[in-house]
Structures are given as C-alpha cells and as structure tokens.
Design a protein around this ligand. Structure first.
Ligand SMILES: Nc1nc2c(c(=O)[nH]1)N[C@H]1C(S)=C(S)[C@@H](COP(=O)(O)OP(=O)(O)OC[C@H]3O[C@@H](n4cnc5c(N)ncnc54)[C@H](O)[C@@H]3O)O[C@H]1N2
Ligand code: MOO
Length: 426
C-alpha cells in the first residue's frame, strides 16, 4: 500500500489559472494541419484546406426559369387582354439542348425550365400565359401580356462570376458547401487532415465495456465519451487500452502515444490521491507542465503538459469534469488545427430556467438543457450536476457559465451559456 504522508508534497502546491489562460496555453499547440484530398462524397463535415474560386460563372449559360416560350420582349409591347400577338414557334428546347435557331422578331421557341435560352430571345413567357394555333403547317403562340427584357431568364454569372470566392479556407463542409463544390466540378476536395487523437483511460478500477461487473469496479465510459467528443470536434479518435494505476506503465503508454498521434487525451488520476498517476507523471523530469489547476468546476484538476514536443491533456476521471475539460480545452485545439474560423463553441445570452443556488469561488460550468418559453430561450440546469455524475451529460445541450462569486440566481435572470454540439437532444 502506498502512503503519501508528506503534505508539503509538490502535488498539493498547484497554481490555479483561469480557463481562458489554460485555453491560450494549449491552443499554442493547435498548429495548422496538413492538407489531403478526399472524394466529394466523403467531404461532409471536413474543413477546407484552401480557399477556392469559381472556375467559371454560374450559371454559365442564360437559363430559363419557366416552362414556356422564349421570345423577343419588344414583340410583346402591344399585347393586351383584347390584343393577342402571335409569334411563329421555330424550335423546341429541352434541358441540355442548345438551339441553333436564333429568335428574331416574330419568332418564338418552346423552352423548358433550366434550358439554355436561345440567341436573340431576351425573355421567357410562362406556358400558362400562352395559347396555340396552327396555320399552314406552322405553329403560332399567342400572347396577351407584355413582358419585360430579362423576364424569367437567369443571366450568366447570376449566382457567381468567374473568379469569385466560392468557399474560404477553414470552412466546414455541409450540404450547401457540398452543393457548391459539386456544381463547380470539384470532385476531389482539399481538406485539412483530421488530427489523430489517442484516448487513454487510467485507473485499476476500470472494466472494459464487455466485462461483467465486479465489486468496486466500473466500466470505462470516459474513453467512449471522449472519442465521440473528439470526433464531433473534427478529430479522429483512437481508443487505446486503459492503463492501471502504475505511473511507469502510464508513462510508457503516454510517451508511445505521443510519438504516434497528434494529441493524447487521458482521463483519471490527476487529483492528489495516492494512485493519481497522471499527476505524478507530469511532475517528472523532461515534462513541460502547462498547468495542473484551473479555476473552474468541474475539472479544477485538469492538467496539460508537453512531453517530447507532444501535447498531453490529462483530464479528470470524473465523467462530468472529463466531459467539460474536453469541450473547453481539447476541442478548441482540434479546431485550431483544422483551421476552423471559430475554434470555440458559441456563447449565448439566455434566461435561467430554474433557480440556482450553488455559489463558488471558481467559474462553474453547469450542465443544462435549453428550452423555449414564450418565444425566449431558457437554460434549465440539470437536477444533478456533480462532477462525478455521468447520467445528466446526455440530457444537456449547453453549459451555463456561472462566474466566480455569483450569488443566488433566480429563474429569469440573464445568464451566459456555451452551446454544445451533437447529442440526442433534437
Ligand atoms: N483530497 C482531494 N480529493 C479530490 C480532490 C482534491 O482536490 N483533493 N479533487 C476532486 C476533484 S475536484 C476531482 S474532479 C477528482 C479528480 O479525480 P481524478 O481526475 O484523479 O480521477 P480518478 O480519481 O481517477 O477518478 C475519479 C472518478 O471517476 C471515475 N472514473 C475514472 N476514469 C473513468 C472512466 N474512464 N470511465 C468512467 N469513470 C471513470 C473513477 O472511478 C472515480 O470515481 O478528484 C476529487 N478528489
Ligand atoms: O475538478 Mo472536480 O471536477 O471540480 O469536481
């Protein structure tokens, strides 16, 4: 059995820094990632590695917006309810077909929505506003309404001119962006390589998820939770085998992981207990400790260190603290590496959905759920939100930020939340 009876021990002397300072320190290691090309079908959710410009105007031909007749608008100037103008129909233009019959005064061409408007025509009259007549083998279209030049014709470059910025570097690719890339034939997309992040849980009490329960032991949930958070942030998580409470074994595993991955995230063993091996590890020689205490709850013992040039996040083992530590510190580093324009989760000002009494001298990040009442956004704190509680993470879509020293808060008070992404809240 290990004893730690020296209470002047280094592990108790921790200098707490603010969350912002901690973020700043770790984000220095969020170096820009390298580029790789992926097929368009796999580009969803990825971050663009370079700005892209339009290789051609869009649309690149004058496009009909209606099924109807392409005409010379000046021909319709005398149209009226009792004055039908008749034009001879000289062609029929489906989508994808280019007519070689220019439209001059007195002529018209039947045209479909999305087809190229023929030369000479400067407007399209919708089908419903026309009627037909046949005479001596020719078809004539009758118009009663005047149309203006450009009616129902989308000009070349209406959406984008050639050379205009399509999408800027750092943009995350969703449905709209993918549609842009497809329209411009960008089938191989330059994206930032996903940061590879090793996830290691520490603790001799941990069982793997497929093991039956044993007295005093719990299943490792943090590794799976962290892997999802890392993936949602844009990284590629790798769950490594958990390590026992043995500082040398942990050191070997962490060093090994730091050499093969962009970042290493551990959970557990950062407090002051006799078996808090990560706390011991970061005090060893050759380790550049960035911090081992943050003025926040949960996760005050959250630690980060640089070893052999690699960044280690040693998060608390308590699931609530582990979750918050990952969102506040790991996520912005991943997003910085991806070149995301906004590495931090958005902060909203909303109203408090229930009274909140816990006062603290550290900034508190309270798990909560947003809801709309009378058209206004409220955040309702989770009934149980202790750091050790796992079950309420799933019901939270935001973290209420409670600054240090805040007194009792009442329902309806203005508060700030950090809006989380992902999860099954929708
Ligand atoms: N004397 C003190 N005790 C504690 C302090 C302190 O300042 N002085 N700080 C408390 C705070 S605050 C926190 S937070 C925890 C941090 O503990 P550790 O990060 O060292 O985590 P562990 O002790 O390893 O585990 C805590 C808790 O979480 C469970 N756990 C650990 N790993 C996992 C996992 N992968 N999946 C699910 N659950 C996990 C573990 O079994 C423990 O129950 O320390 C307080 N104590
Ligand atoms: O660091 Mo602990 O999570 O504050 O309870």
């Amino acid at each position: 059995m290990k004893h730690s009876d020296d209470y002047s021990n280094e592990k108790f002397k921790r200098r707490a820094i603010s969350v912002e300072e901690a973020q700043e320190r770790v984000m220095q290691y969020g170096k820009p990632g390298t580029a790789e090309f992926v097929p368009l079908s796999e580009a969803n959710g990825r971050f663009l590695a370079e700005s892209l410009h339009a290789p051609h105007p869009f649309p690149h031909f004058r496009r009909s917006g209606m099924d109807g007749y392409a005409v010379v608008s000046a021909d319709t100037k005398n149209c009226a309810e009792n004055e039908t103008v008749w034009l001879r129909v000289v062609d029929e233009i489906p989508c994808g077909y280019v007519s070689d019959r220019p439209i001059t005064s007195g002529l018209a061409a039947r045209i479909m929505t999305g087809a190229q408007v023929p030369k000479g025509a400067d407007a399209v009259v919708m089908l419903e506003a026309t009627r037909l007549r046949e005479e001596a083998g020719d078809v004539y279209v009758g118009l009663k309404k005047k149309v203006e030049p450009g009616n129902n014709v989308t000009p070349v470059g209406y959406e984008l001119e050639e050379g205009q910025l399509l999408l800027e570097q750092g943009r995350q690719l969703g449905a709209g962006e993918i549609s842009v890339l497809a329209s411009f034939g960008i089938h191989s997309v330059p994206v930032v390589r996903k940061p590879r992040v090793a996830v290691i849980s520490t603790g001799s009490e941990l069982l793997s998820v497929d093991e039956p329960l044993q007295p005093g032991r719990i299943r490792n949930s943090n590794s799976f939770m962290l892997a999802v958070q890392i993936r949602e942030a844009g990284g590629e998580p790798y769950i490594l085998d958990s390590v026992q409470d043995d500082v040398e074994a942990a050191r070997r595993t962490v060093l090994d992981a730091l050499s093969g991955f962009d970042y290493v995230v551990t959970s557990g063993g950062v407090s002051v207990g006799d078996y808090d091996i990560m706390g011991d590890l970061v005090r060893q020689e050759g380790v550049d400790l960035l911090f081992n205490k943050i003025t926040m709850r949960p996760g005050s013992v959250t630690t980060a260190a640089v070893i052999d040039g690699g960044l280690l996040f040693a998060l608390s083992g308590n699931p609530g603290a582990c979750f918050v530590g990952c969102e506040l510190l790991v996520r912005p580093v991943i997003r910085t590496m991806l070149g995301a324009r906004q590495p931090f989760l958005p902060r909203w000002e909303v109203l408090l959905g229930a009274d909140y009494h816990r006062v603290n001298n550290f900034t508190r990040f309270v798990r909560a759920r947003t809801e709309i009442r009378d058209g206004r956004i409220y955040a309702v704190p989770a009934a149980v939100d202790e750091s050790s509680v796992m079950i309420s993470i799933k019901d939270s879509d935001c973290l209420i930020v409670i600054p240090p020293g805040t007194g009792q808060l009442r329902t309806g008070d203005k508060i700030e939340i950090i809006k989380l992404e992902g999860g099954g809240w929708s």
